[in-house]
Ligand binder design. Structure first.
Ligand SMILES: Nc1ncnc2c1ncn2[C@@H]1O[C@H](COP(=O)(O)OP(=O)(O)OP(=O)(O)O)[C@@H](O)[C@H]1O
Ligand SMILES: O=P(O)(O)OC[C@H]1O[C@](O)(CO)[C@@H](O)[C@@H]1O
Ligand SMILES: [Mg+2]
Length: 529
């Protein structure tokens, strides 16, 4: 087995730069200069963790993730037990090279800067934990999503089979479970077939994040690796836990695994469970189509999830080809008058005799609020509670055609949202969940912390929390994908020239345009942006 290209200490050779130390920054277009490393002692006393930015030649930027050695000096390392594992020892260069990174942008111009990169995930030659000392905790938070059980299963099995870690606790019922609920012991046997079930065997919740109480519980239970599976809110909570763990100087790796059926987490290619959701949505769309085409002037309306982002609706529409109109939160629409929804419905019914409308739950919320008196309510996590736009739009369509009396319609409304969210993950999501979980484990064992494990341009990476939590991923209606959808459904864009220009100012969903930097990067390192 060739380990010659591997490096034992993840931090060696890199010019990690702390924003307390601005003079260490290199302009990305300048040749690389000798690294300026803050001393271990200086790092240990730093009150909060600062983004770690490494620069190289030709505009190379690595937005690196924290490491336990950033604030705990002289940590002991151990050989990675995988080097003796017969399953892996045949793999050429199994261990990831310390300088491997993955570009955020794969479309480049010949004179452009190399741009932002993330640390490549995978096993390192040296690990920072001995099997017997490790107590692991796994928690799931936020809404359900297909694949949660697969991630739990693969974390438990990966920790056990790859690294010999036997003490794994499941935290019951989300964040508040750390201090208010029981824990479950998880073993490869107990999780053996949970990937075939929907939901999460650990239970989940919204609200209840109390950083101090959670870290007290981590400390009291002697937990030193925490795997936190959840969406944007959960990753913000994970970041707060990491900061508190670091402030207390604890040897605890805090790892996020991004989960959201809405696919609204930025940077990553897509979130697990999304494929399954799009596939499952086909069943509802097929049913709506069958109902609609069986009667004269039949209309099928299907509501899909997507609080602020219409990815499920957009992909389900593109996959189905039976959908005549897709409405998403990012593309405002209107009902009455020229270019409005009612005019389009009438045209489509006259042409085709039936039609299918897919609407994301967050679409048209401003229209619903205008016509329905409602108090603005929030869930326990502070997310705005939405009105049922599917019911609302179905009633509006029925009322409109009843008033008109020229076109008698039959409308069937299908709301499969929770059925879609509760199914087990499909085969491709299962493989994706396995890679995510294994990557998360390799990173924690290698001493990395304060990161989310995620797929970027088809490669597993470690992404600093602030890049995951700083914004939400939205469908960009001036991107090619939305144009494909418009051309496949033939629906009106509901946009005047003004709207198009406004849309163009948004950044593409998972790719930053040339020269665009994250808020963190531009604040600490304006020269790069
Ligand atoms: N800003 C924040 N800081 C700390 N904790 C947070 C924050 N926002 C949310 N949380 C906590 O994260 C957990 C999950 O949040 P939320 O209910 O918003 O779901 P989510 O992780 O965004 O997932 P999804 O939106 O996919 O359902 C909750 O326990 C909540 O208290
Ligand atoms: O009813 P719950 O559990 O609050 O979840 C609903 C929300 O969760 C999500 O599935 C994920 O955020 C949204 O699409 C949806 O609005
Ligand atoms: Mg969320």
């Amino acid at each position: 087995m060739d380990h010659s290209n591997s490096n034992s200490n993840s931090n060696s050779n890199s010019n990690h730069i702390n924003n307390n130390n601005n003079n260490g920054f290199l302009h990305p277009n300048l040749p690389s200069q000798p690294p300026t490393l803050p001393s271990r002692a200086a790092m240990a006393s730093a009150p909060t963790s600062d983004p770690k930015v490494v620069t190289g030649t030709a505009g190379y930027i690595l937005e690196d993730v924290p490491h336990l050695t950033d604030y705990i000096p002289n940590l002991q390392t151990y050989p990675n037990p995988l080097q003796d594992n017969p399953a892996y020892s045949v793999v050429k260069q199994y261990f990831v090279h310390v300088d491997d990174s993955v570009p955020q942008k794969v479309v480049v111009h010949k004179d452009g800067a190399r741009g932002v990169h993330f640390r490549r995930a995978g096993p390192r030659q040296k690990v920072y934990f001995e099997a017997d000392e490790v107590q692991v905790a796994i928690v799931t938070c936020g809404g359900l999503c297909p694949g949660l059980n697969t991630v739990i299963r693969e974390l438990v099995c990966g920790l056990h089979h790859m690294y010999g870690l036997k003490k794994v606790l499941g935290i019951n019922g989300g964040y508040r479970g750390f201090y208010a609920r029981n824990t479950i012991t998880l073993t490869p046997k107990s999780v053996n077939d949970i990937h075939k079930r929907g939901g999460t065997v650990l239970g989940t919740s919204r609200g209840g994040h109390d950083t101090k109480k959670i870290v007290d519980s981590i400390q009291d239970r002697g937990i030193n690796q925490v795997y936190i599976i959840g969406g944007d809110g959960t990753q913000k909570g994970a970041s707060a836990i990491f900061e508190e763990v670091r402030r207390r100087g604890l040897k605890v790796s805090v790892v996020g695994i991004p989960k959201t059926i809405d696919n609204d987490i930025p940077v990553i290619d897509k979130s697990f469970g999304f494929d399954t959701a799009v596939e499952e949505a086909q069943r509802a769309i097929n049913a709506a189509h069958v109902e609609a085409e069986s009667v004269e002037n039949g209309i099928g309306v299907v509501k899909l999830m997507g609080r602020n982002s219409g990815f499920i609706a957009m992909h389900a529409t593109l996959a189905s080809r039976d959908v005549d109109c897709c409405l998403i939160p990012e593309s405002p629409f209107y009902l009455e008058g020229p270019g409005g929804l009612f005019e389009y419905i009438e045209k489509r019914l006259k042409e085709n005799g039936h039609m299918v409308i897919v609407i994301a739950e967050g679409a048209g919320q401003e229209l619903v609020s205008e016509s329905v008196q409602s108090m603005s309510k929030q869930d326990a996590s502070g997310n705005k509670l939405l009105q049922d736009v599917g019911l609302w739009i179905s009633q509006k369509i029925k009322d409109h055609f009843a008033e008109q009396k020229t076109l008698p319609i039959t409308l069937k409304y299908i709301d499969p949202t929770y059925m879609i969210r509760a199914v087990p993950s499909n085969a491709s999501d299962n493989v994706y969940c396995t890679l995510l979980a294994q990557s998360a484990v390799h990173g924690a064992m290698a001493g990395y912390t304060g990161y989310t494990s995620g797929l970027v341009n088809g490669r597993q990476t470690y992404i600093p929390f602030y890049r995951i939590t700083e914004r939400q991923n939205h469908v960009v209606i001036t991107d090619r994908m939305w144009a494909r959808l418009l051309s496949s459904t033939n629906q009106p864009s509901f946009l005047g020239a003004k709207g198009v220009n406004e849309g163009k100012e948004e950044e593409p969903s998972n790719q930053l345009p040339d020269g665009h930097c994250s808020k963190e990067l531009s604040s600490i390192y304006p020269a790069a942006c």
